[in-house]
Design a protein around this ligand. Sequence first.
Ligand code: FMN
Length: 219
Amino acid sequence: MTDAELADLRQSYSQRTLLEADVQPQAVAQFRQWLDEAVAAQLPEPAALTLATVDAATGQPSQRVVLLKGLPDDAGFLFFTNYDSRKGHELAGQPLAALNFFWPGLERQVRVEGVVEKAPENVSTEYFQSRPRGSQVGAWASPQSEVIGSREQLEAREHEVEARFQGQNPLPRPPHWGGYVLRPTRLEFWQGRPSRLHDRLVYERTEGGSDWKISRLAP
Ligand SMILES: Cc1cc2nc3c(=O)[nH]c(=O)nc-3n(C[C@H](O)[C@H](O)[C@H](O)COP(=O)(O)O)c2cc1C
């Protein structure tokens, strides 16, 4: 593709609207409604989100896709990973993060910002042990985000883990693996509209309260 062709790639959005009168007063309830609609529309990977973290020492942001695994108490966003990974180290140094969901089939984007804490251990263990055995083995075998010598080395580690836990089902949860819950302070719902005059509604936590203030942003 040439740059001219690339510059010409654009889509017009006209499926839906997002109006103040139609949204829920609670931000996470509104999110759940949009997630349900993404699932109902059979979009690919509706629970996939881009997670942005920052290296507190350098200020360098980084991002990667993870899967949303729950909305505990309609008050947080739950995902699972390796606590010793790059994202794990970055969250330990700076527990602020941002999430992005993009559902092109519905012409929607949701941006979430907030404070991240580790999920309770029982939540992490329960989820870990509900995963397919191969994923449980993988979590023990893969030193996520570290440089490894080769694919063969990784597979050798996998076989070691299988031998170590032979006959055990489920596996114990590795201490370096578990959940995080992001407690949102701000969410933005974006609905594509014609002529780039999109709808953007932002929810911000009222001071000290459990309520949300809703504002409209210019597109
Ligand atoms: C669709 C998709 C889903 C993913 N889900 C997860 C997940 O739930 N947890 C996870 O740790 N990594 C997940 N990954 C891999 C991450 O994107 C990333 O490669 C990994 O977590 C290492 O990131 P880090 O080195 O920045 O810590 C997923 C990747 C894709 C493309």
